[in-house]
Ligand binder design. Structure first.
Ligand code: FAD
Length: 576
């Protein structure tokens, strides 16, 4: 048998290595357009930021190493330019010598990855505007950032890679602005989780412009001017474009392979394309999301590597292993915060009309009496029918990853909030509490589902504030209340609530909040068992509300600045 693989990084290299482990006799040829194989794309931003100091550490394998260990014939700097499906052969061009030649195959695997989006904006091809995908991109960005004594960089797009790049440029001592077209950073998470990240980014002196899109780039004497669609503009020495990627389907399309609804290469459950002799894996394909049932692509290393293994097994053994799809489990470090997500976001659940309940809990990353704990904010979404988990997002300083992995595993296996209450975790004070934040998320969700308490959400608040039939109670201490509260709230601390029931009318809808939700829950249980039925607790408590409110105020302030600029008035007047 002869196997040919196109693309020799995450999915391709993984497929090749497994093919060899499964079939020692086969001839395996792997083409790679770039000069490097199986390198650590995910480490590239950290090499730029000097966190990874040794460039060699980025290279997991070499072409020679593949030959030696796996007897795979790797052709680097060689691009496959066409696939002739009828003759079962590919045509390749050696990019160093320009030699063009053909290679036949019995089975072909496509793993060409994704390509960065580069919209046709005026000035987009000016020097100093970069995208990051490969090792040469990395070298170019790093050289430019260091050799041109770059002082200011603009990162366009606040997705995972944009945020990593912003942090790493900042690590190089460069002033960084982030510009994002959406109203929040990190599209895969919901606004309440993104708000924490936004606050944290600004704390590090990074200017964040939301709801702002680039309209054009201009060359200046010293660098670049970036013009925005709201009339603002900004100068910088360099620009990193990280506004997303799309499946690289050029070869597949030219070969007449079927594409799917999400514009990725269509594959069946065995990762086989519309041509039975061609398989495909990685960023270039699309598959059915097991939660939504909709077709999607995912641009993550984990799925690409795991698909490679399944694909190789199916090629060698005949289609025996089904790919069950990925649920978009992702994590990113943003300075000393970590944010992670899995499953479907609340905004997507809403868009897809999938019934769901959302619960946000804030609990300590480890026992609070042991030094150094921080609150983790955990948002879960689950089915009101049976408590099946649909999505989860966490932001915090420590221990985000291990909680996210538990949640992702449960979601992948069709787990419920009841499973969360039973998760048995490893516990000692430096690592967790006897009830882990994952258990806490389950307990709260279980109480919600069983009708033990009801929640209200930060974005409902204004409705309640305006409603004469509502009473908003801050059950925190008098000191906390006096420090800052929500407009219109009265203060009845949880420890006094039993004695002050006469201050709470039974004919009103009661909305309770505390700092993170726990005291509010206790207060609600007291009221519910004292004859009050219409009682709601704010999910995530005052801390979440406050965070959201600060974000909204900042956005309003920014909109005012934009208006001032439109009217040609000095922005300073705003703060006067
Ligand atoms: P790739 O790994 O991109 O490999 C595709 C290869 O195919 C390329 O090297 C390309 O040169 C080659 N190729 C394409 N067309 C041809 C052709 N016609 N002929 C020959 N060769 C061809 N994912 C995570 O899960 N976590 C992270 O932290 C993370 N960080 C990332 C950071 C950066 C900067 C980048 C760029 C990506 C990151 N990713 C991360 C995404 C992850 O790297 C990808 O999901 C994964 O590499 C996809 O694997 P793939 O095999 O589909 O594509």
């Amino acid at each position: 048998m002869k196997y040919v693989i196109i693309g020799a990084v995450a999915g391709g290299a993984s497929t090749g290595a497994r093919l060899r482990r499964m079939d020692e006799q086969a001839e395996i040829v792997m083409f790679e357009r770039g000069a490097y194989v199986s390198y650590a794309n995910c480490g590239l931003p950290y090499y730029i930021g000097n966190v990874i100091k040794d460039r060699n550490k980025l290279f997991v394998q070499t072409a020679a190493g593949f030959k030696e260990r796996f007897n795979i014939d790797v052709r680097i700097s060689t691009e496959v330019i066409t696939i002739d499906r009828a003759a079962k052969k590919v045509t390749a061009r050696n990019l160093l010598t320009d030699e063009v030649y053909e290679e036949t195959y019995d089975k072909l695997v496509l793993s060409p990855g994704a390509e960065p989006v580069r919209p046709p904006l005026p000035g987009i091809n000016l020097p100093g505007i970069f995208t990051l995908r490969s090792v040469p991109d990395t070298d170019t960005i790093k050289n430019f950032a260091t050799a041109n004594s770059t002082k200011k960089a603009i990162v366009v797009g606040a997705g995972f890679i944009g945020l990593e790049m912003a942090e790493n440029m900042h690590e190089l001592g460069i002033e960084v602005s982030i510009v994002e077209m959406a109203g929040q950073v990190m599209a895969p998470v919901d606004f309440p989780i993104a708000a924490f990240v936004q606050q944290h980014i600004r704390l590090h002196g990074i200017d964040l412009k939301l709801n702002t899109a680039v309209s054009s780039f201009e060359k200046t004497e010293t660098g670049l001017k970036v013009n925005y669609n709201n009339g603002l503009s900004e100068e910088a020495d360099m620009v990193i474009l990280s506004i997303g990627v799309r499946p690289d389907t050029k070869l597949a399309t030219a070969a007449g392979l079927k594409l799917g609804d999400a514009k990725g290469i269509w594959v069946n459950e065995y990762l086989q394309t519309s041509d039975p002799d061609i398989y495909a894996v990685g960023d270039a394909i699309e598959f059915v999301n097991p939660i939504t049932g909709k077709s999607m692509s995912t641009f993550l290393a984990g799925p690409a590597n795991k698909q490679g293994r399944i694909c190789a097994d199916n090629i060698v053994l005949g289609n025996k292993r089904k790919y069950k799809g990925a649920i978009n489990t992702a994590i990113v470090k943003v300075f000393n915060h970590t944010v992670a997500a899995t499953g479907v976001s609340v905004k997507n659940l809403k868009a897809l009309n999938i019934p769901h309940i959302v619960s946000t809990t804030r609990s300590a990353s480890h026992a609070t009496y042991y030094p150094g704990s921080h609150n983790l904010t955990t948002q879960i979404a689950f089915s009101p029918e049976d408590g099946r988990l649909l999505g989860a997002q966490i932001v915090g300083v420590e221990g985000v990853d291990k909680r996210m992995d538990v949640l992702a595993t449960l979601i992948q296996k069709g787990g419920t909030i009841y499973d969360l209450t039973e998760v048995e975790h490893s516990y000692a004070p430096p690592y967790s509490s006897a009830k882990d934040p994952v258990n806490m998320a389950g307990f709260v969700a279980e109480n919600l589902l069983n009708g033990l308490f009801k929640v209200s959400y930060w974005d409902d608040l204004e409705l309640h504030q305006k409603n004469e039939n509502s009473l908003l109670i801050d059950v925190r201490t008098e000191k906390e209340f006096n420090n800052k509260t929500i407009t219109g709230a009265v203060n009845i601390p949880v420890d006094e609530i039993r004695q002050r029931l006469d201050e709470i009318p039974k004919d009103k809808t009661i909305f309770i909040f505390c700092e993170i939700g726990l005291r509010g829950y206790l207060a609600q249980r007291i009221l519910r068992q004292s004859g009050y039925q219409d009682v709601y607790n704010y999910s995530g408590g005052f801390s979440l509300y406050n965070m959201m409110n600060m974000e909204r105020e900042l956005m309003a302030q920014y909109q005012k600045e934009v208006e001032m600029v439109k009217q040609n008035q000095p922005v300073e007047e705003l703060t006067a």
